[in-house]
Design a protein around this ligand. Structure first.
Ligand SMILES: N=CN[C@@H](CCC(=O)O)C(=O)O
Ligand SMILES: [Zn+2]
Length: 438
């Protein structure tokens, strides 16, 4: 007779990469190298137990767990012999709701066009806006669902998702409703942090001033109404703060209007031109900023002081052949660094293992730093690190089971995540299980 029922027992693993075991919400500087990893003994593997709410209640050697839970029944038992267990990855920056690909622009960039020359000629974000405005809500949902399930299969269990291909009330709300539907219908696969990014570009027929007014006076009130009606939920506000797009003063106004509605400020800063976006973001105590290729020394110090998370997007550095952001300097200064895939029609990458590899190669991050940035610190950028981002008692059981001798293989074997990832557990339930291949 068992006196208790638990949801999940995963046993016999080779390694458990906890990331941290002391409850920090984020790691900085030298702490990012001190990854907490438990390794099995020759005759004793490792286990994780989750209760019926999907919360981790025990982590340890199989022998200890067997004794402790001898009178407990498990709804699901997973034999993780020869596997390593990592926390589910957290992708801190994506644009996953859109119709129409931009493969033709990839060709143009290979021939020498720049991101901004395409954007200013009416392509780039504008091209995607045209297609997204025309797409039905169901079509956008179908596209999003497929992308999110592919994101899950590459090990991500929490993802930040932006609107921003509407640039008007109607289509921004359509995108937010599509995201809300995914948040509700796919919650047993992936958690979504929703970002309103109505200020992603200046619509073709507007000036920066009129576009700013439209975001503050029309889009944000419409978002507020829709939230009140229970149709959508929004966690973060974003602006593409860039020379020739929304510049400092208007970005600040939009971010502050979002803050008044209770959103976290999490925006695109200093990507292509050293505008001083990150200094501005630090001055208004933004929670997180992305890109930062052109960040100033002063902003690095200010971000470190505020514990503002710097979200690095190596796929964009790669695809646009940008000078990488000064990540080593930022880590040394104490900025909490996170990683995101930046999945969008310009940077078509859904996989955090690929992102970690690129972060190591292009931004000179270590393996440990890349993993911390893709788990705990990415969760922190979304205000979610008390629940996600590490394997600790009290956190949600979001786990990636890897068929590899050690965890580092998920970064080292570039593009092999489909082969390596055997299972993804979301909130204590098996959300993805690899089927045996030939
Ligand atoms: N830089 C602005 N936004 C996106 C790109 C969006 C797009 O090109 O569609 C980014 O983060 O890279
Ligand atoms: Zn982006």
């Amino acid at each position: 007779m068992s006196d208790k029922v638990m949801q999940l027992l995963v046993h016999s693993a080779r390694q458990i990469v906890q990331v941290t075991s002391s409850g920090e919400n984020f790691l900085t500087g030298g702490q990012m190298k001190n990854l907490k990893v438990i390794t099995a003994k020759p005759d004793d593997g490792l286990s994780v137990v989750a209760d019926k709410t999907g919360t981790i209640v025990a982590i340890g050697y199989d022998s200890e767990i067997r004794t402790k839970f001898r009178n407990t029944a498990f709804e699901r038992t997973v034999d993780a012999s020869d596997l390593c267990i990592l926390p589910g990855f957290v992708d801190a920056h994506t644009h996953p709701v859109w119709a129409g690909d931009r493969v033709h622009e990839f060709r143009m960039k290979l021939a020498g066009a720049t991101y901004m020359s395409i954007h200013n000629a009416g392509g780039g974000i504008h091209y995607t806006v045209e297609h997204t405005r025309r797409a039905s809500e169901d079509e956008l949902y179908r596209l999003l669902r497929d992308r999110l399930l592919r994101i899950l299969r590459s090990g991500t269990t929490v993802v930040e998702c932006k609107s921003g291909y509407g640039l008007n009330v109607e289509t921004e709300l359509k995108m937010l409703r599509v995201l809300e539907r995914a948040k509700r219908e796919l919650s047993s696969f992936i958690d979504i942090s929703i970002t309103f990014c109505g200020a992603h570009a200046i619509p073709k027929d507007m000036t920066e001033e009129t576009a700013t007014r439209e975001v503050i006076e029309e889009q944000l009130p419409a978002v507020a109404r829709s939230i009140r009606l229970g149709e959508i939920s929004v966690d973060n506000i974003d602006v593409f703060c860039e020379k020739g797009v929304f510049e400092l003063e208007n970005s600040k106004k939009i971010l502050e209007a979002g803050r008044e509605m209770g959103f976290r400020m999490n925006f695109h800063a200093d990507e292509l031109y050293p505008l001083g976006s990150a200094e501005m973001g630090a001055s208004i105590k933004a929670e997180a900023m992305s890109h930062l290729e052109q960040i100033s020394e002063k902003a690095i110090q200010e971000m470190a002081k505020n514990h503002c998370v710097g979200i690095i997007l190596p796929t964009t550095v790669y695809i646009l052949r940008l000078e990488p952001p000064p990540v080593r300097k930022m880590i040394e200064a104490g900025v909490p660094i996170a990683l995101g895939s930046d999945f969008n029609p310009n940077a078509f990458c859904l996989s955090m293992p690929m992102v970690m590899h690129l972060a190591c190669m292009l931004c000179r991050m270590s393996l440990e730093e890349a993993l911390v940035a893709s788990t705990l610190n990415a969760a922190c950028s979304l205000g979610l690190s008390s629940k996600y981002g590490s394997i600790e008692v009290g956190k949600k059981a979001d786990l990636v089971l890897l068929d590899a001798p050690t965890w580092e293989h998920i970064v080292y074997q570039f593009g092999e995540h489909d082969h390596l990832i055997q299972m993804v557990v979301k909130n204590g339930f098996v959300a993805y299980e690899k089927t045996p291949s030939l």
